[in-house]
Ligand binder design. Structure first.
Ligand code: C2E
Ligand code: MG
Ligand code: MG
Length: 414
């Protein structure tokens, strides 16, 4: 699906007879509502939130979908009237959603045009200041192409949203041409893999590779990854194995009216959970960590130069802190209590003791033999770490589930 937010002309939709005048009236009459599509945590297998998707429900009950009216309101800028007016509806819906399940986070879409002036951000901050909405209850989705247009006011407002601790998702990632540089410069907290790329994963090896690389890149930059367009169990499981953290798509549920979503959230159903993807990420994180440390020390030896100030700082930091350790003390704690987790902890402590020793050596005048022996010792610890992580893949505890991937009757809506 093309990123509707950046379509700035509307001939196709105008031809369908959806006019700005009709949309304006519909907004006044309260004919716009939100449908909610669940998002699931692939680690816990539980519902984590939902994306609010705009629907225009005509008085005769017929439904108009975003691809029919968003281009019209995008091209005229009227989208911002809708976004702001719908914030009121969102606040009321969120209160009901969180009365069912307190931790659920509701994402909604903001258009690039919503950042052309300050009305949207001001309206949102007013809601925070009034105490009617809390920043941790929401996430704002902005399409990749909008973000890449990178207008100064958009970037500035994204930063202000982040300063107020609003989660920001880059939507439809992979549909445009985001560069790693753009990603690292913008204050996003998560990345939503584009529907189309995810759905093509099985048809094309290249798309599968793109999805896997994007997940890895996002992980390295510290983003959560949400895959949208998850239509089959195999896609779900492959994404989970690749380290994707959340899934959204027809296999889980279609977007549905609020009342249906409330029942869905209360039903307690669950989907396959598992640590396997994060363990795989931890293995890669560890191998990269080892490579970084050794490369720097070997290079400095080869050049007969001390480490630069910056390299020395990074090596010292790496000797005491690593992403594997952060995973171990963070999400990995779900595996605490297993012998393999305890063993990994011991191996990790030994690894860092060795890394610290290596770093100390690098500051002294070491012989190539001393450095070689230290690298060999570090490598032995590293082999042990990888073996223990692989052992953990096998022991991911199976938690009892009420009704794994129960089909939820009554949800037929798009
Ligand atoms: P999006 O934000 O990328 O939303 C995901 C779209 O993919 C939704 O279409 C959803 O129904 C559809 N989808 C979800 N799971 C699957 C799946 O498994 N397979 C397939 N084929 N499709 C799936 P929808 O609701 O028609 O929305 C289309 C686009 O319209 C959205 O794309 C978003 O860009 C825009 N949009 C929707 N609501 C709003 C809104 O409130 N404000 C703004 N500015 N844009 C909105
Ligand atoms: Mg979206
Ligand atoms: Mg999307």
């Amino acid at each position: 699906m093309p990123p509707a937010q950046v379509v700035l002309s509307a001939p196709r939709d105008a031809a369908k007879g959806v006019t700005l005048q009709a949309i304006r009236q519909a907004l006044q009459r309260g004919e716009f509502i939100y449908y909610y599509q669940p998002k699931v945590s692939m680690v816990s297998g539980r519902i984590a939130g939902a994306e609010a998707l705009l629907r225009w429900r005509r008085p005769d009950g017929s439904m108009v979908y975003p691809n029919e009216f968003i281009p019209v309101v995008e091209s005229t800028g009227f989208i911002t009237e809708i976004t702001i007016r719908m914030l009121e509806r969102l606040v009321v819906d969120i209160a009901r959603i969180r009365s069912v399940e307190t931790g659920l986070v509701v994402s909604f879409n903001a258009s690039a045009r919503d950042f052309e002036d300050r009305r949207f951000v001001t309206a949102l901050f007013r809601l925070f200041d009034s105490g009617r909405l809390a920043s941790e209850e929401i996430e704002v989705e902005v399409t990749e192409s909008a973000a890449l247009a990178g207008k100064a006011e958009l970037v500035e407002q994204l930063l202000q949203l982040r300063n107020r601790r609003v989660a920001l998702a880059m939507d439809d990632f992979g549909a445009g041409y985001a560069s790693i540089d753009a990603l690292s410069c913008l204050p996003f907290t998560s990345l939503k893999l584009d529907n189309g790329v995810v759905r093509r994963m099985h048809a094309s090896e290249k798309d599968a590779w793109i999805v896997n690389s994007n997940i890895r890149m996002a992980h390295t930059l510290g983003f959560d990854v949400v895959a949208e367009g998850v239509e089959t169990e195999i896609t779900y499981r492959e994404l989970q194995q690749a380290g994707c953290s959340h899934a959204q798509g027809y296999w889980i549920a279609r977007p549905m009216p609020l009342e249906d979503f409330l029942a869905f959230a209360a039903s307690g159903q669950s989907w396959p959970d598992g640590e396997i993807g994060l363990i795989h990420m931890a293995i890669l994180d560890h191998l990269e960590w080892r490579k970084f440390l050794i490369n720097k020390l070997v290079l400095s030896r080869q050049l007969h130069l001390p480490l630069s100030k910056e390299d020395a700082r990074r090596c010292q930091l790496a000797a005491t802190d690593c992403r594997l350790g952060r995973w171990y003390d963070g999400p990995g704690r779900r595996l605490a209590g297993t012998a393999e987790y305890t063993e990994l902890g011991k191996a990790h402590t030994a690894l860092h003791a060795c890394a610290k020793h290596m770093f100390e050596l690098s500051k002294a005048r070491t012989t190539p033999e001393q450095l070689g022996s230290a690298i060999r010792e570090l490598s032995e610890h590293s082999v042990s770490i990888v073996a223990r992580l692989q052992a953990l893949e096998q022991v991911t505890p199976r938690r009892p589930r009420a009704n794994a991937k129960a089909s939820f009757s009554g949800v037929k809506n798009r």
